[in-house]
Ligand binder design. Structure first.
Ligand SMILES: Cc1cc2nc3c(=O)[nH]c(=O)nc-3n(C[C@H](O)[C@H](O)[C@H](O)COP(=O)(O)OP(=O)(O)OC[C@H]3O[C@@H](n4cnc5c(N)ncnc54)[C@H](O)[C@@H]3O)c2cc1C
Length: 339
């Protein structure tokens, strides 16, 4: 059995960020990705603008930038302008392609078409029955993580997201908070370069995927948006965080449950936790300052989400107050972000 110093399952943003950091420090890394291609993923592609800068993602990955945020609720239609772009959209395929080039350039071995089907003590097994040994194993394998299951961690707190990538660019970035339709979730309009991501996110405990899809259609119809010609794509988002460092096993991103339960944002958490897992492998005494800040933010989002879930009226009033506070600039837009 061939043994690798670190095996990473999953070539999403978390797995590739982890792999690149390790390889840049001269470590041997193998990434196993079940899909034939790195990058494509159901996602609206919104990322806090400052996070993009902090992570060193190059400007050519930016699809569109938005200093103006349009927030609609049953009682308000807010157009809130900021001095700097607040959210930027990125294309997941381009992000994956760029991250892959970084990883390969650093010396990472990436195998696509390589689903891991079993995880044991010191080994993983692929669909072809091949066993590979590891000294460290990173579960960067998303919301239905095999590594997480191996650790015996249940995933009870899940969100569901549905995305339509429609042709043409919508003028503004819009958030539609309508508790009557989406509970404590929301619908979005996130323009990209030549297309627009239109979709909805909800806590799965409140709304199942089919009901969410029906409500998304009703909402879109009301705005005169035709979704019929475009294929819907849906996926789960894990926000059931229960730890990330189980050395020699590590969890990152959605596998760790680090997405926001409130907004479903998970790209920045995946990259931050991927880099933290690499740093902990490189230096067992590593202090994850940035990740600790992110976990605090994630808990705050979770508490807010729980409050909104208590009663429809509480949800409606709280969301209206939140939007009022953002409009009055009493709280910054970053309250909604994981950055
Ligand atoms: C509809 C929708 C919209 C979203 N919009 C946004 C947004 O606007 N902004 C944002 O920040 N986040 C958004 N998210 C969340 C975001 O997509 C995820 O949080 C993020 O992709 C998590 O990154 P990750 O690296 O942890 O996992 P993933 O990106 O899910 O990557 C996991 C990888 O592991 C691979 N894999 C899984 N199992 C195995 C296995 N057994 N063997 C080998 N490979 C395996 C998968 O193929 C995949 O490539 C959205 C999610 C959805 C569903």
């Amino acid at each position: 059995m061939r043994t690798f110093e670190t095996i990473i399952i999953g070539a999403g943003p978390g797995g590739l960020a982890c792999a690149t950091r390790l390889a840049r420090h001269g470590r041997q890394v193998l990434v196993l990705e079940r899909r034939p291609q790195v990058g494509p993923k159901v996602c609206a592609g919104g990322i806090p603008h400052h996070a993009l800068e902090e992570l060193g993602l190059p400007p050519e990955l930016r699809e569109a930038e938005f200093p103006l945020q349009v927030i609609r609720t049953p009682w308000q239609q807010a157009r809130v302008r900021f001095e700097q772009p607040v959210i930027t959209t990125i294309n997941r395929q381009r992000l994956g392609g760029w991250q892959l080039q970084q990883a390969l350039g650093a010396g990472v071995e990436v195998r696509t078409d390589s689903p891991v089907t079993a995880v044991g003590d010191g080994w993983v097994e692929g669909a072809n029955g091949e066993r590979l040994g590891y000294r460290h194993l990173v579960g960067a394998d998303g919301a239905a993580s095999l590594v997480r299951r191996r650790l015996g961690l249940a995933s009870r707190r899940l969100g569901v997201g549905i995305n339509y990538q429609v042709p043409g660019r919508w003028p503004d970035m819009e958030w539609h908070l309508d508790p009557g339709l989406f509970g404590n979730g929301y619908a979005w309009i996130f323009p990209h370069r030549e297309t627009t991501s239109i979709g909805a996110y909800a806590d799965r405990a409140e709304l199942g995927a089919l009901e969410l899809a029906a409500r998304l259609h009703r909402w879109a119809q009301g705005l005169g948006i035709g979704l019929g010609q475009t294929r819907a794509r849906a996926a789960l988002i894990n926000f059931d965080y229960q730890g990330w460092d189980f050395r020699p096993l590590f969890l990152t991103g959605d596998a760790a449950g680090l997405a926001s339960g409130f907004t479903g944002e998970g790209i920045y958490p995946a990259i931050v936790s991927g880099e933290a897992a690499a740093s902990a492998i490189l230096d067992p005494a590593f202090q994850p300052v940035r990740l600790t800040r992110l976990i605090r933010r994630q808990r705050l989002h979770h508490r807010l989400q729980k409050l909104l879930a208590t009663h429809k009226l509480i949800c409606q009033i709280s969301l209206e107050m939140l939007v009022l506070a953002i409009r009055a600039k009493i709280i910054g837009f970053e309250a909604l972000e994981m950055y």
